[in-house]
Design a protein around this ligand. Structure first.
Ligand code: ATP
Ligand code: MG
Length: 434
């Protein structure tokens, strides 16, 4: 017997009951981002490995340990993208979109990281990403954050909190030295990962989750004490901008991001509802990256949000609010009794779909007696069965059977659309928005 194949670990199928929620999320994101003038860009899933080395950074976890890298048949080293910013900058530079211009771009798609799979952490995961180029901070930083806040509102996600910090621009170099000097005194007591990063990427140690290291960090110098005048002005204005828009935040001086390209303001949207994988959106300002990748000195800011984590939150929010979860099942199932009524049902089905664009209607296909057809109607989750036989066809009627309580009504064919609208879409957004 041949062995059944399974999906690659950490790379999940999203099954039909779930995809409606994904669609809702992605269309909300499209609407929220368009509202700020962001335009969608479609980018390849594979890029040259070199791009991520240079953009994300050699000493980051993502590049050191997590990339899916391979040599293709021409011998080129390629990687599945672990994040979207590098490819977006590459495309922007390649097509001259960034030179002396402002660009507001967004994208969505799968990213790949060889991490340990667990709830909310996968090896293939989907991100929505936003990037704004050619505009120095902080006004646009506030705007990209406001766009994310708008998206949460549109999705009805309430329990997200915003943390912000700054990496200090030029001040980062001086801070790095001071932090390193401090951490070197405790080098022997740091956890292994942090010891390894001590000289390559000491700032990254700041967000270590290891208790021993956190104790040491409690006494570490804070970036906020090292800000020079421009960095201070920038960070104050960022906070003022958020306050002006009524966006609540807390300053977390330990917040650093796992990718090397960030230079100034950074932020994360965090929830307590997903356990350890609580960051649903993260980003910041990266004013050096475009230049590093061969473009001009183009300031930039952006964020990326993990779709699977948002979907988990949406599910929780729906459950808490007692909202009946729409799993995308058909609303109605059209049964027919003989070949003539099959043809009529098929034609009638087209008419109903013209008339009610939101309607999800299945016309029975294949063989089967009425009993078997009704069983399928029930099994697919439809609320109504429409039944058409020789007698109904002759009278110009259809039987409409509720699959909830079994009640049957005889409805004139000409009134069928109105009847379905009345019974299936009483203004309920679940029925007529999707
Ligand atoms: P984390 O701290 O959770 O590892 P990160 O700092 O690596 O996140 P980013 O590279 O900033 O994350 O990616 C932005 C967002 O993408 C994260 O906030 C998260 O929502 C999502 N994300 C990142 N890695 C994964 C993953 N392996 N599985 C699912 N979602 C992920
Ligand atoms: Mg990570």
């Amino acid at each position: 017997m041949s062995q059944r194949l399974q999906a690659v670990r950490g790379m999940n199928d999203v099954l039909p009951q779930q995809t409606l929620r994904w669609q809702r999320l992605l269309s909300a994101a499209r609407a929220a981002l368009q509202a700020y003038g962001f335009r969608e860009i479609l980018l390849p899933v594979v890029e040259r490995t070199e791009l991520f080395r240079r953009a994300v950074g050699e000493t980051t976890d993502v590049v050191e340990k997590e990339m899916y890298t391979f040599q293709d048949r021409s011998g080129d080293w390629l990687s599945l993208r672990p994040e979207g910013t590098a490819g977006c900058v590459r495309a922007g530079v390649e097509h001259g979109l960034l030179h002396n211009q402002q660009q507001r771009l967004w994208y969505a798609g799968p990213m790949f990281r060889h991490e340990r799979p667990q709830a909310g952490r996968y090896r293939q995961f989907y991100q929505i990403g936003v990037e704004a180029y050619g505009i120095p901070g902080p006004q646009i930083d506030v705007e990209v954050i406001a766009a994310s806040a708008r998206l949460w509102r549109m999705l009805g996600l309430r329990d997200l909190r915003l943390e912000i910090n700054t990496l200090g621009g030029e001040a980062r170099v001086r801070y790095r030295e001071k932090l390193l000097a401090y951490l070197e005194r405790f080098a022997a007591d740091l956890d292994g990962d942090s010891q390894r990063r001590l000289h390559s990427n000491p700032l990254r140690i700041l967000d270590s989750k290891i208790a021993r290291t956190q104790t040491i960090l409690a006494g570490a110098p804070s970036i906020l004490d090292f800000l020079d005048a421009p960095a201070r002005t920038y960070f104050d204005a960022l906070q003022q901008g958020l306050t002006d828009l009524g966006i609540e935040y807390t300053v977390n001086p330990r917040l650093v991001r796992g990718l090397d390209y960030y230079t100034d303001g950074v932020f994360e949207w965090i929830t307590e509802a997903l356990g350890a994988q609580g960051t649903v959106c993260a980003g910041g300002r990266y004013d050096r990256l475009v230049e590093q990748l061969g473009g001009g000195a183009v300031p930039a800011v952006g964020w990326a949000s993990g779709v699977e984590r948002l979907v988990l939150l949406l599910e929780q929010a729906e459950r808490a609010a007692g909202i009946a979860i729409d799993d995308g099942a058909p609303h109605a199932y059209f049964c027919w009794l003989d070949q003539d009524s099959r043809r009529q049902a098929t034609q009638q089905g087209e008419r109903l779909r013209d008339q009610l664009p939101w309607l999800r209607l299945v016309v029975h296909a294949g063989a089967g007696m009425l009993k078997a057809q009704l069983k399928r109607a029930d099994g697919c989750g439809a609320r109504l069965a429409l039944i058409l036989g020789g007698r109904e066809a002759a009278q110009g009627t259809v039987q409409v059977k509720s699959l909830c309580d079994g009640q049957i009504a005889e409805v004139a064919m000409s009134r069928l659309g109105a009847e379905l609208a009345r019974r299936l879409a009483p203004g309920g957004p679940a029925e007529n928005s999707s």
